[in-house]
Design a protein around this ligand. Structure first.
Ligand SMILES: Cc1ncc(COP(=O)(O)O)c(C=O)c1O
Length: 382
């Protein structure tokens, strides 16, 4: 079996993740802020230290600004629906995932105005179009850090500087880049960051989060209200982070997994993860380019992308190629629109979709060679 669907979820997970989940369940997976006993305090320490690790990874001032959610989709919904009001203006890009597009479609129906900055046919953002669309009236800019379809990295720092100059807030969807690209909320003027634990952070599904300032959280209406184990006498959600946006019991096994995965990433070094994945991407790109009848949609310069390659077979049905890779060669890719229809429109692969190979830190050159051999056979026999 060869797994090239890490953009969907990473496999395998970081060494230590499975043991960390087993360990906390066996030792006592108690709730925090609710029980006055040693086991609950131990778990509270774990949650606290994991917030601190996330704050360090994204260069944000304190762990208190880290809100855990069930994943990046929920994090994005909390941010968008909590912050935006009828009449607010938002700018997004053509590379956005449905986790951004669909909540915004709901908000549009309530009077939020959404404008989309163009991307080039290789998926890179047209920064001058973005710059023209961000005005003094823009409340929020929402952008993915890298496309989950073609891997294009979007210029967060440049957009952050424009937002700062024009008084707009910047929300970055780091689903595909957390753990692979260095991210600094301070340096890049990122006001809100949404992340997912189960992709390149190499932890389990069901854990992700939102990182933001106390000031911004104060401007938000909490999407979810409920128990926090704090200020229980009041009907309103607490004002302070993280409680303000974190109602209900946390996913403690997920946080244990995330903590172990963050330790692994810290030991390995984000820059080494990126270097390894880029070396694999180069091997994949060279190998695919040697096969006739297939093109890679997306940036041609590898420095402009993460290790995701969208393969398009102009003379074949892409879905059939993906199915044959799986059934005949045991190679797992993902075909279709990857929950990002506008990205495919920009890339010229709508509505047929593309065969996405998303590599991970644990893939190997040998797997890529086997993949290239399989492609040659499939193309030859078409
Ligand atoms: C860029 C981007 N944003 C958001 C998501 C949604 O992630 P999840 O389904 O884990 O919430 C994904 C998942 O593929 C993604 O790639």
């Amino acid at each position: 079996m060869i797994y090239f669907d890490n953009g969907s979820t990473s496999h395998p997970k970081a060494p230590g993740v499975a043991d960390a989940v087993r360990d906390i369940i066996e030792r006592g997976c108690f709730n925090i802020n609710r029980g006055g006993y040693a086991g609950a305090y131990e778990v509270a320490d774990l949650v606290f230290s994991t917030r601190e690790k996330i704050a360090k990874l994204f260069d944000c001032p304190t762990g208190r600004q880290v809100v855990f959610t069930g994943g990046v989709t929920l994090a994005l919904n909390i941010a968008l629906k909590g912050l935006l009001r009828p009449g607010d203006r938002v700018v997004i890009t053509q590379m956005e995932h449905n986790a951004v597009l669909r909540p915004l479609a709901q908000l549009r129906a309530q009077g939020v105005v959404v404008d989309t900055a163009r991307c080039f046919t290789d998926g890179r953002l047209d920064l001058s179009d973005m710059e023209a669309k961000i005005t003094e009236r823009t409340r929020l800019v929402v952008m993915t850090h890298a496309s989950n379809v073609c891997g294009a990295i979007l210029p967060v720092r440049e957009v952050g500087a424009i937002c700062r100059a024009r008084g707009a807030r910047l929300l970055v969807d780091c689903a595909q880049t957390a753990g692979v690209l260095p991210i600094s909320m301070r340096r890049d003027n990122i006001d809100i960051l949404a992340f997912s634990g189960h992709k390149s952070l190499l932890a389990t599904q069901g854990i992700g989060g939102l990182v933001l300032s106390q000031e911004l959280a104060g401007e938000m209406v909490p999407l979810v209200a409920g128990g926090t184990g704090s200020y229980s006498e009041t009907a309103d959600m607490p004002a302070e982070l993280p409680d303000r946006l974190e109602a209900g019991t946390l996913n403690i096994p997920g946080i244990a997994a995330l903590s172990a995965a963050l330790d692994y990433i810290e030991e390995t070094g984000v820059e080494n993860v990126y270097a390894r994945e880029t070396a694999l991407l180069k091997h994949l790109t060279d190998s695919v380019n040697a096969v006739s009848g297939v093109r890679i949609a997306g940036p041609s310069n590898l420095a402009d992308k993460i290790a995701v390659a969208a393969l398009d077979f102009p003379d074949m049905d892409n879905a059939v190629v993906a199915a044959r890779l799986d059934e005949e060669y045991g190679i797992m890719t993902r075909c279709g629109l990857h929950c990002a229809p506008d990205a495919h429109k920009a890339l010229g692969t709508f509505p047929r979709g593309a065969v996405r190979c998303s590599l991970g830190y644990f893939n190997t050159e040998t797997e890529i060679d086997l993949f290239a051999d399989a492609l040659k056979q499939i193309v030859k026999g078409r």
